[in-house]
Write a protein that binds this ligand. Structure first.
Ligand SMILES: Cc1cc2nc3c(=O)[nH]c(=O)nc-3n(C[C@H](O)[C@H](O)[C@H](O)COP(=O)(O)O)c2cc1C
Length: 150
């Protein structure tokens, strides 16, 4: 069964709300035949990254870049993923309070290097997620999961 891996760093209730909405979208009953796995960015292994067929990456913006946790996940897996995962679909959500451009740029550079295919617009939320933000996260999870349906 195709596998969607949600790699996330979730240090606060606002990030948790976004994460839960992404999971809810990805696991919607209308999306059949896709296994959805969630792993914290600090503990996901390169093998788990390799064995997935698509990805949702969720991170806060920290110090003008993606979180150290998300960077750690790619620091550990980048060369294992390179060339073996080209073309795989992915989506991104980012939470911040000041400015998320550096995080967006950082993730774009990593995923471009890997040759992954972004299949949904990046969801950026500042401060408390609105209802529309939560819906956007739900749609993100559903859109990437739907790409993996047989
Ligand atoms: C050390 C540190 C650095 C941060 N740097 C940024 C930043 O560069 N840009 C930004 O938008 N938010 C920044 N933030 C805010 C985090 O993105 C925010 O705390 C996180 O998304 C959780 O959201 P919440 O605090 O509203 O629950 C930073 C937070 C911390 C703790």
């Amino acid at each position: 069964m195709p596998r969607l891996l949600i790699v996330h760093h979730t240090p606060s209730p606002h990030c948790q709300e976004m994460f839960e909405a992404v999971v809810a979208g990805a696991t919607d009953p209308d999306i059949e035949g896709v296994e959805v796995i969630r792993r914290p960015a600090l503990t996901v292994s390169p093998v788990e990254m390799l064995e997935a067929d698509g990805y949702v990456l969720g991170t806060p913006a920290n110090l003008g870049y993606l979180s150290g946790a998300m960077k750690h996940a790619f620091d550990c897996a980048y060369y294992q993923l390179l060339d073996s995962t080209r073309g795989r679909p992915f989506g991104v959500y980012i939470h911040g309070n000041e400015g998320t451009e550096g995080a967006e740029r950082g993730l774009a550079a990593i995923t471009t290097g890997l040759g992954w295919a972004q299949v949904a617009e990046t969801v950026v939320v500042m401060g408390k997620p609105t209802r529309a933000d939560v819906e956007a996260c739900w749609n993100l999870g559903a859109t990437v999961a739907a790409q993996l349906m047989g």
